[in-house]
Design a protein around this ligand. Sequence first.
Ligand SMILES: Nc1nc2c(c(=O)[nH]1)N[C@H]1C(S)=C(S)[C@@H](COP(=O)(O)OP(=O)(O)OC[C@H]3O[C@@H](n4cnc5c(=O)[nH]c(N)nc54)[C@H](O)[C@@H]3O)O[C@H]1N2
Ligand SMILES: Nc1nc2c(c(=O)[nH]1)N[C@H]1C(S)=C(S)[C@@H](COP(=O)(O)OP(=O)(O)OC[C@H]3O[C@@H](n4cnc5c(=O)[nH]c(N)nc54)[C@H](O)[C@@H]3O)O[C@H]1N2
Ligand code: SF4
Ligand SMILES: [Mo]
Length: 814
Amino acid sequence: MKRQSRDSINDIWGERSPHGPEQPWPVRVDEALSDDPERWVRGTCVLCSNGCGLDIGVKAGKIVGVRGLATDVTNRGRLGPKGLHGWVANDSPDRLTKPLIRRDGQLQEASWDEAMDLIVQKSKQIIEQHTSLGLGFYTSGQLFLEEYYTLGVLGKAGLGTPHMDGNTRLCTATAAAALKETFGSDGQPGSYEDLDVTDCVMHVGHNIASQQTVLWSRILDRLASPNPPKVIVIDPRRTFTAEHATVHLVPRVGTNVAVLNGLMHLIIQAGTVDKGFLDAHTVGYETLKQTVEKYTPEYVEQLSGVPAAELRRAGEILAHTRTLVSTVLQGVYQSMQATAAAVQVNNLHLIRGLIGKPGSGILQMNGQPTAQNTRETGADGDLPGFRNWGNPEHIQQLAKLWNVPVNKIPHWSPPTHAMQIWRYAEQGSIKLLWIQATNPAVSMPDLGRIRRILQQEDLFVVVQDAFMTETARYADVVLPAAIWGEKTGTFTNVSRTVHISCKAIEPPGEARSDLDIFLDYARRMDFRDQDGQPLIKWHDSESAFEAWKECTRGRPCDYTGLTYEKLLAGSGIPWPVNEQHPDGTVRLYTDFVFPTSADYAETYGQDFDTGAAVTAEEYKANDPKGKAMIKAADHREPHEVPDDEYPLWLTTGRQVYHFHTRTKTGRSKELQDAAPDAFVQLSPEDAERYGIENDDWILVESRRGLVIERALIGNIEPGLVFIPWHYGSWDDPSRPRAANELTITEWDPVSKQPHFKYAAVRISKYDAKAAMPQGLLGRAVEAVQGLVSGEAAPATVGSKAQGPQPKTTQRVDG
Ligand SMILES: Nc1nc2c(c(=O)[nH]1)N[C@H]1C(S)=C(S)[C@@H](COP(=O)(O)OP(=O)(O)OC[C@H]3O[C@@H](n4cnc5c(=O)[nH]c(N)nc54)[C@H](O)[C@@H]3O)O[C@H]1N2
Ligand SMILES: Nc1nc2c(c(=O)[nH]1)N[C@H]1C(S)=C(S)[C@@H](COP(=O)(O)OP(=O)(O)OC[C@H]3O[C@@H](n4cnc5c(=O)[nH]c(N)nc54)[C@H](O)[C@@H]3O)O[C@H]1N2
Ligand code: SF4
Ligand SMILES: [Mo]
């Protein structure tokens, strides 16, 4: 970097900016530049769900850096390591620049006409022979709102296929499900602003310090200010986040419900339940009270391993805190009883009446930058505008808006979730799978199975990406996509704040925006409305946004008061934004009226154990009519537990320096040098038991597959190992190392989110014949959460660890 305001690699969160309780979060502008920009273009960071506002610096048609937006409510100028360094990927020499078509087994360059005509011809042929149920769409949490809405409309009203979902199923399907189950609709009740004033923050299965670094800076600033909040962390590992905890509860993986029930048990015991609030604004408390009665600290210790005394310390804080912000993420959503556990966090707030007030809010977090929009627009299997597929009136509204017959819109059963889409592809009933902006050959569970599906002879695979990913290698057609910085669109962060991100430069070669690709497909398919007019009546991102606004009118995510112009004025704006709330809405449910009435709710709910849908009649018989729904759950054992053959738990997660399958962060020298390779983290006790030392090569095996990783000892409980799942084979095919070689095909019955957070594995020292490089794990070691505090050897080497040749014959990848 030619110029950077701070070294975010070595100082992840930057300098503290303390502030008094009534003062706004101070501004601190972070920037990183490789050259002096000729001009600045308004953008928004797309490397996590925080949605930090920024300006993109441009010179001679290239991005030369970024600068945090001082006026943005989200970050007040701050950017984290990924935000400051991820943009270099746009200019990678290995960007896809031309469409590719598989001919004679090889992907070969083709024209857009050839590629699109082939997709259209295939689509039409499949529809004719098998109906539109032969088409499946697996999209993303990383496109823009306008793109999803276009995709949603062409899928639902053009093709009429229910087989459309996003990788958001792997990401935040549980956030949506938990919000719907309790409050009747998706949409985070709280706001980031609540963190500036709250007395207590609780992070459940969320390593916020690494995963939303700028939001964590906001909390660190509170911790450095007068009246710092208490911090409760529930995570089986000692993460960066846990280092700052007032109380760190360390449960066995998969036991969140037991721990949360235990905490509510203690609150009820303490007698600080808000009875007035419960009576006036909720239903279901009595069942919860009965359910949690048996979750004494001692019983919870038996189930979860959390010492009774530690649970009591956390319970004491939660019983008496005046305000509380909770954040929930993958340690809940991707673990056992995902929705049931996430809902218990909602319940904990409800029984204390800590919602809809400054300093009290729930952030059922998102992970991907635009996951909220996949859900809002219905590109993930929900219906646009948080409409209920089981409510005929809601379908009617869409049919009218799109001017199509009601029965064109698939609503005869719940929309097909991603895990089922892959299953249909496996069974052969889905014959064309169109994958956009996601890399399932690294990110789905049980990769051996995913590779087998992608390779099936009669499955036609379309991949729309910016790079030749592990997944694109299996495609029949590859469409080169323009990415962030090369197209304009909007997206919404966890705080419901809508941002705009503008086109700063031209995409490389012939790459096109996803919006243009969808519009082109709709035109070539000749989708029409009932009057014979083109179904899709917009032609660019702004006209798509205007069309979307109409779809949200009167719904919880009301965008009708927003315009591109307003979004360009200096800050994101939180929805709903409408006549009533022209400047947006910081906090939902301030009147304690929830969108649960039968005619308005997004869902009628599901059974937590079986996923069976509640019928409209059942729901109406007990219509909560605006009250929040308290739903209790009992602890259940995880689906795969360690045994003699596979005696250890595996859990997987992230590192601060990388985003997912590293298609962007792996192309940034700063970030890749900081975290060059995967590893397996294990406890000193297990290391001793297996005779393992730091940096030894370890073979990790599950019933599904195996990986070979370096050992990294410390900051984790005995019996548990952790592997960051970022590392596929595109830049190092020398050994199997993707964590998802090992994970299971299992999912939550309600949200259908897969369980990436536990699997039974065994480990052994891997005796590589080849001389092992002396190098340590480089900065990757430091990136491991919590290592800064001690125990294991410090990292030194920055070069990529050279892997030994795997001794198995397993094919690493296409
Ligand atoms: N640096 C970086 N930031 C990111 C991303 C990234 O790839 N890199 N990705 C973004 C996306 S899409 C997402 S979804 C988020 C994810 O953000 P997080 O959810 O914070 O990330 P993870 O590391 O997947 O998991 C969080 C924690 O869950 C813990 N855990 C595992 N099993 C259990 C359990 O059973 N119970 C409990 N209580 N905890 C458990 C793990 O130890 C881990 O520390 O991050 C976003 N931000
Ligand atoms: N074991 C394990 N597995 C996990 C998880 C875990 O914690 N553990 N977490 C899960 C979670 S939460 C998530 S979100 C998923 C993420 O998994 P993926 O979505 O597979 O991961 P990414 O690497 O973000 O893939 C996004 C792809 O989109 C491309 N891309 C970026 N921008 C654009 C664009 O504008 N247009 C197009 N067409 N392409 C673009 C990128 O090059 C990249 O190939 O992984 C899941 N898998
Ligand atoms: S916190 Fe997230 S949105 Fe903000 S700069 Fe970092 S990666 Fe980007
Ligand atoms: Mo995610």
